[in-house]
Design a protein around this ligand. Structure first.
Ligand SMILES: [Zn+2]
Length: 136
């Protein structure tokens, strides 16, 4: 199994790069602040099932709530400082790095994973290294 710190960081970095702040805040509210999926859903006007979906993605990557909570708490401030490279323009997702547009956020995420892999890996590595330095 891949290092959960890297896997979770990559997931959160990708969400920030496509400017999906709602998902990031929902994940933080659940793991760091301990809010329930229905409270989070109400707060961001999304269904609690969608919130549970985000949580499931994180749980699948660690299989341990405490580990996930610790990782998210430590990486979250750095994640929120990342500038998005995909923005939503008239219901399309525009990649600012290459001017391609996508009809869904998932397509934009897959585009970043494929075409801007180096940028994604660099950002992830920087954050992972910085939190590892804090610990040692
Ligand atoms: Zn691009």
């Amino acid at each position: 199994m891949e290092d959960p710190v890297i896997v979770i960081t990559r997931y959160l970095v990708l969400k920030k790069l496509v400017n999906d702040t709602t998902t990031l805040l929902a994940i933080k509210d659940y793991y760091v602040d301990g809010l329930s999926p229905s409270t989070i859903g109400y707060k961001y006007k999304i269904s609690k099932f969608r919130v549970r979906g985000y949580i499931q993605r994180i749980t699948d990557k660690t299989r341990n709530h405490l580990i996930a909570t610790n990782i998210i708490r430590r990486v979250f401030p750095s994640i929120m400082n990342i500038e998005p490279v995909v923005i939503k323009v008239s219901n399309k997702y525009l990649c600012l790095l290459c001017d391609q547009t996508f009809s869904t956020e998932l397509m934009a995420e897959n585009h970043l994973k494929k075409k801007h892999k180096d940028l994604l890996n660099n950002v992830v590595n920087q954050i992972v290294q910085s939190i590892r330095k804090q610990v040692s």
